[in-house]
Design a protein around this ligand. Structure first.
Ligand SMILES: NC(=O)c1ccc[n+]([C@@H]2O[C@H](COP(=O)([O-])OP(=O)(O)OC[C@H]3O[C@@H](n4cnc5c(N)ncnc54)[C@H](O)[C@@H]3O)[C@@H](O)[C@H]2O)c1
Ligand SMILES: O=C(O)[C@H]1O[C@H](OP(=O)(O)OP(=O)(O)OC[C@H]2O[C@@H](n3ccc(=O)[nH]c3=O)[C@H](O)[C@@H]2O)[C@H](O)[C@@H](O)[C@@H]1O
Length: 386
């Protein structure tokens, strides 16, 4: 493998990375990238490994020995500090991060996103190790513009909706709106990491992903996750399409999101890993401001793409409106709009996303159809009355 060069023309030394939560959606794509394109070693920590099994075996794989899986729960495992000390860099991806859990399992959500991350920060700081911590764009909460009168022209002014790491406030709903348990826990761990940097010299980078989507995101209920499970929107809509059900639009699907293809986003993370002088001390938005849609528009686009990918005609009525109370229960609330300011990541890392929403949905729904269509058909065959 040729020596890799960083953004300042310097050779990149092979490093050992302790990746916590490596078995998840983002972790599995990051491990794939690191194994296929770099000489780096990965200590992959997670309670599950099904999404990275294809990287761990067979022994004939070209990177054998460069990725080692450690099945552990960071809540209570004495091996954690030793693994962080063995690595040059730790990346923390571990979290409960599906909105259906935030208002229904608020304590687990707060513990997972704040309490459980504390030892990781402490071990990195005490042992003078770099940390890349995954936060979320949800720490911005709602836009300032969302509090203006509905017909105010200022709602169109970017100053009232563009989300910028070093200037935008964090605006959440009331305590009763327990949806914000996640974003608030993420905000506080960000503040703790920032303080460790300021007071104890911790070398940190904080990542705020803006709706990264792609293959292996979450699960399809009843196939590789609980039938009553509620994953994030990509898997919810994918599940509805696979089962030929109408896509459920929460509160009419008026919320807006910007979606970025996981493979574009992983490029940004690799730049952070391999350019510490440009990444340390920074918080980075990682998203695609060009891919903004309402949830309703996402549903309509996914319906069109799925018809193309599956060859099956879409339903007469492809969507149905549901209330958030019915879909998520008490205490739900939502972000109205998420447009990332790209100034800092452009300046520090020269990164920009490339993939259009249509193209990323085409490759993702091709994956979902290929992976799940058969199993879904089998699961839907009515058992013959015995
Ligand atoms: N996917 C996105 O678009 C997105 C957006 C914003 C923020 N994030 C953040 O990025 C990180 C990764 O997200 P993801 O989409 O890959 O989620 P994911 O749920 O697919 O991955 C999280 C992984 O962490 C593991 N984990 C959780 N608690 C653990 C524990 N106590 N011990 C060991 N492993 C544990 C889980 O088993 C899972 O494999 C999370 O911190 C999430 O908040 C993701
Ligand atoms: O992915 C992100 O960047 C961050 O935001 C997500 O939050 P959200 O975007 O609200 O998560 P989804 O569950 O994907 O919901 C997106 C929108 O679709 C709506 N939705 C979801 C599912 C569904 O079946 N129908 C539907 O209308 C939700 O109400 C919401 O408005 C999650 O909090 C995390 O993954 C992460 O922090």
């Amino acid at each position: 493998m040729t020596t890799r060069i960083d953004l300042d023309g310097r050779p990149i030394k092979p490093m050992t990375i302790c990746m916590i939560g490596a078995g998840g959606f983002i972790g599995s794509h990051l491990c794939e990238k690191l194994m296929a394109e770099t000489p780096h070693k990965v200590l992959a920590l997670d309670v599950y490994s099904d999404k990275i099994k294809h990287l761990l075996e067979p022994d004939s794989l070209p990177w054998v020995g460069r990725i080692v899986f450690h099945r552990l729960n960071i809540k209570h495992d004495s091996r954690l500090e030793g693994l962080i000390k063995m690595a040059d860099l730790s990346i923390n991806l571990a979290a409960i991060c599906t909105p259906a859990d935030y208002n229904t399992r608020p304590l687990d959500t707060i513990y997972s996103n704040f309490i459980d991350a504390l030892p990781v920060v402490k071990y990195c700081s005490d042992n003078n190790k770099r940390l890349i911590h995954f936060s979320t764009c949800e720490v911005y909460g709602k836009t300032i513009g969302s509090f203006l009168p509905k017909d105010s022209p200022l709602r169109k002014d970017p100053a009232y909706y563009v989300l910028k790491e070093d200037t935008s406030p964090c605006i959440f709903g009331s305590i009763q709106k327990q949806r914000w348990s996640y974003a608030c826990a993420k905000q506080l761990i960000e503040r703790l990491i920032y303080a460790e940097g300021a007071e104890n010299g911790l070398d940190f980078t904080i990542v705020r992903p803006f709706n990264w989507i792609g293959p292996r995101m979450d699960f399809i209920p009843g196939i590789d996750g609980p039938i009553e499970g509620v994953p994030r929107v990509l898997a919810c809509f994918g599940n509805n399409l696979l089962r030929r059900e109408p896509l459920k639009l929460v509160d009419g699907g008026e919320s807006q999101r910007t979606f970025v293809y996981i493979k574009d986003a992983i490029e940004a993370v690799l730049l952070m890993i391999e350019n510490p002088d440009r990444a340390n001390g920074h918080i980075f938005n990682v998203g695609n401001p060009n891919n903004e849609v309402t949830v309703r528009q996402l549903a309509e686009m996914m319906t069109k793409v799925y018809a193309k990918v599956s060859g099956e005609p879409s339903l007469e009525s492809p969507t149905i409106d549901v209330s958030s109370k019915e879909f998520y229960g008490e205490g739900y609330d939502d972000s109205d709009k998420r447009i990332p300011d790209m100034t800092i990541i452009n300046r520090q890392l020269g990164w920009n996303p490339k993939t259009s929403l249509w193209d990323l949905l085409e490759s993702t729904l091709t994956y979902q159809h290929r992976t799940y269509a058969e199993a879904i058909k089998k699961s839907m065959v009515k058992p013959i009355a015995s």
